[in-house]
Ligand binder design. Structure first.
Ligand SMILES: Cc1cc2nc3c(=O)[nH]c(=O)nc-3n(C[C@H](O)[C@H](O)[C@H](O)COP(=O)(O)OP(=O)(O)OC[C@H]3O[C@@H](n4cnc5c(N)ncnc54)[C@H](O)[C@@H]3O)c2cc1C
Length: 398
């Protein structure tokens, strides 16, 4: 049998990571069948934007959708951290990271999630080798030596070479495979909302550190050049729940105080949304004819713009492995093919989850001594261009 002609990949879950995976694999002319139980129109209300680092932008260029996305994508040129955590130990200290320190033009782009989803889905729907099973989900699967069989909620039975779980953090495939996870929660929530402000953002992202978690203001690009940003505010459950229930006028005074006038007069411009914050790491990333990617494999707090960017690294790795297998006329779900994915991604994702876990712990700390240490570290970093460059490279996964 010519494996190249017969290869078929089944993707479960069409969040952003499922959409990117499907798009890249579709380019390889193999059959892609996707399952998404949710009503796709509900994603239009997602208020989040994603700070995509340069490797993700390269993927959008490879798929061929970057020209469509770029007009609403904000270049991220500077990253500022302001630490106001321990006022007795001097005033707030701040540090600015610039891409030119490591000879880059920018760190990446801030892209609205809802816009990106609709562009990716629109692109996929035009492809003959893409099938979308809307409102249907995989309820069981059976992996055999030559193929994998999935059964769906609507009673369909479909076979393929490889099943990719992009089902998010509660992946049913992972649970059926009895793959264990390490999990931590932080008694924290992330609130996301868009704001208008009177001062120009000058392409700068500002992260304000106090207690409870960072308050990050990420610039947005708008069609009419309005001064807009997205705010991601991580804090204790009680603080976020209280702020979430405030009337707009009261909420505006809270965010004015939190943002310390850094963007001038700041006002809520849209809805507020809350998201749970946790870390999770899957102990293995593959099983017979199955691969776990994105949040099915790793979840991290939304700090340092690593979550979806790590998922894009998973997808690039899977895509490269698949391309090589197709070139060698191999079966995409063969043990040997999937083993390469496991080797390349397990340690990488584990260390990323652990690193972001530590970063979150440090940024939410109430401990006086840790706050002093955090501030001293930032001050030291300001004096050490080498360490600063190293940290930028680590953040960008270089
Ligand atoms: C506030 C916030 C801000 C963030 N900002 C950034 C950022 O700036 N940069 C960054 O890199 N990351 C960021 N992240 C992380 C990023 O948003 C997530 O990593 C990403 O959304 C996860 O995408 P996913 O496709 O893996 O999962 P999901 O978006 O959860 O998608 C999973 C999909 O699978 C479907 N599904 C579920 N169960 C099944 C099933 N049984 N069968 C089939 N389908 C199923 C679901 O309906 C869903 O559509 C942020 C996260 C938050 C919360």
């Amino acid at each position: 049998m010519n494996k190249k002609q017969s290869n078929k990949v089944i993707i479960s879950g069409l969040g952003i990571s499922g959409l990117i995976t499907a798009s890249l694999l579709c380019k390889e002319k193999i059959k892609i069948e996707c399952f998404e139980p949710s009503d796709l129109s509900k994603f239009a209300s997602d208020q989040r934007t994603t700070a995509f680092l340069n490797p993700a932008i390269a993927v959008f260029k490879e798929i061929g959708i970057w020209k469509k996305i770029e007009p609403l994508s904000q270049p991220l040129k500077e990253m500022e951290i302001v630490d106001i955590g321990h006022s007795k130990y001097g005033d707030g200290s701040s540090i600015v990271f610039e891409p030119k320190e490591i000879s880059l033009e920018n760190f990446g782009y801030n892209v609205p999630n809802n816009f990106l989803r609709s562009e990716l889905l629109g692109w996929l729907k035009k492809k003959k080798n893409f099938t979308l099973h809307k409102g249907d989900s995989i309820v069981d699967h059976y992996a055999f030596d030559d193929y994998i069989l999935v059964e769906t909620a609507k009673g369909k039975k479909i076979t393929g070479n490889l099943l990719v779980s992009c089902e998010g953090k509660d992946s049913a495939i992972r649970k059926r495979e009895k793959i264990k996870t390490l999990k931590t929660s932080y008694n924290q929530l992330a609130m996301v909302f868009q704001v208008s402000h009177s001062k120009k953002h000058k392409d700068r992202t500002t992260e304000i550190l106090d207690s409870g978690g960072p308050f990050t203001i990420i610039p947005l690009r708008t069609p009419l050049n309005q001064l807009r940003s997205t705010v991601v505010w991580l804090d204790n459950l009680d603080v976020i729940n209280k702020a979430y229930s405030l009337k707009n006028t009261e909420f505006n005074s809270v965010i004015s105080k939190k943002s310390m006038g850094i963007r001038g007069n700041i006002r809520l411009a849209g809805k507020r949304q809350k998201w749970p914050v946790s870390s999770q790491f899957s102990k293995t990333l593959t099983s017979k004819r199955i691969v776990l990617i994105a949040e099915s494999a790793h979840v991290m707090p939304p700090t340092g713009a690593q979550g979806l960017n790590t998922s894009v690294e998973d997808i690039i790795t899977l895509h490269n492995i698949c391309k090589k297998a197709l070139k060698n006329d191999e079966d995409l779900g063969a043990d040997g093919v999937l083993k390469q994915y496991q080797i390349k991604r397990l340690t990488q994702t584990g260390s990323k989850v652990f690193g972001i876990h530590l970063l979150n712990k440090i940024s939410m700390t109430e401990n006086k001594f840790l706050k002093i240490a955090r501030k001293s570290f930032l001050m030291y970093l300001n004096q050490s261009p080498f360490l600063k460059r190293t940290l930028i490279k680590v953040g960008l996964g270089k």
